[in-house]
Design a protein around this ligand. Structure first.
Ligand SMILES: N[C@@H](CCC(=O)N[C@@H](CS)C(=O)NCC(=O)O)C(=O)O
Length: 205
């Protein structure tokens, strides 16, 4: 059984979305990240060295698997439970682009968002994420053919990137971009994303 350590209105919502896409049984354990006492849940501490959500604990026949960080969790879950559907198989040439786009969220989008929020001046060549405008341009080019990052194939990469585009919109930093707006609409139209957003709101009450 998969346990998702979750807190309302956080990055944990994207793993809720992924779990809804996967149709695997899972339970949600609420961790109020604003309450240091709640973070002392021993399972959560084992799963998340930084005390951040999302994190998961997966009790498998081989032992308990602990994973933290959205991208690491998504890669783990897709490889273990949705191999060759939400994740391309190891020998599939598409796997290169799949890995690139799945890591684009923590490696590029999120640092670029921080650059935008703080007004930081960065050198495009030496900052690992380029800069905010380059992040957007590259993403738009990646979605030019669509409908998904992997063309016709919806993958875990879309859960990471689609939820990040949603966060950019929510935080008011999504530039005027028909390509990204249309992509976000397609993501939001997925029943699993809708289910996760409803559940996220219900669990928040
Ligand atoms: N890179 C991590 C970031 C996780 C993260 O920063 N989570 C925030 C909530 S959105 C958190 O748990 N903050 C509480 C804290 O750091 O104490 C991921 O993508 O999962």
């Amino acid at each position: 059984m998969i346990t998702l350590f979750w807190c309302p209105q956080t990055r944990a919502s994207r793993i809720l979305w992924l779990l809804e896409e996967m149709n695997e049984p899972f339970e949600v354990r609420i961790i109020d990240i604003r309450d240091p006492e709640k973070k002392k849940d021993p399972d959560f501490m084992a799963a998340s060295p930084m005390g951040k959500v999302p994190a998961i604990m997966d009790s498998t026949p081989d032992g308990i698997v602990y994973v933290a960080d959205s991208a690491a969790i998504a890669l783990y879950l897709a490889d273990r439970y949705q191999f060759n559907s939400l994740a391309p198989a190891i020998g599939d040439p598409a796997r290169g682009q799949y890995l690139y786009w799945t890591i684009y969220t923590p490696g590029v989008i999120e640092p670029a968002m921080m650059e935008k929020f703080t007004g930081m001046e960065v050198s495009r060549a030496s900052s690992g994420w380029g800069n905010f405008d380059t992040m957007i341009e590259v993403l738009e080019a990646g979605l030019a053919d669509g409908p998904w990052l992997m063309g016709e194939r919806f993958s875990t990469a879309d859960v990471l990137v689609g939820s990040s585009v949603n966060f950019m919109k929510m935080f008011g930093v999504l530039p005027d971009s028909p390509v990204l707006e249309n992509y976000l609409e397609r993501c939001l139209a997925r029943p699993a994303y809708q289910k996760a957003l409803v559940r996220d709101a219900e669990l928040s009450d």
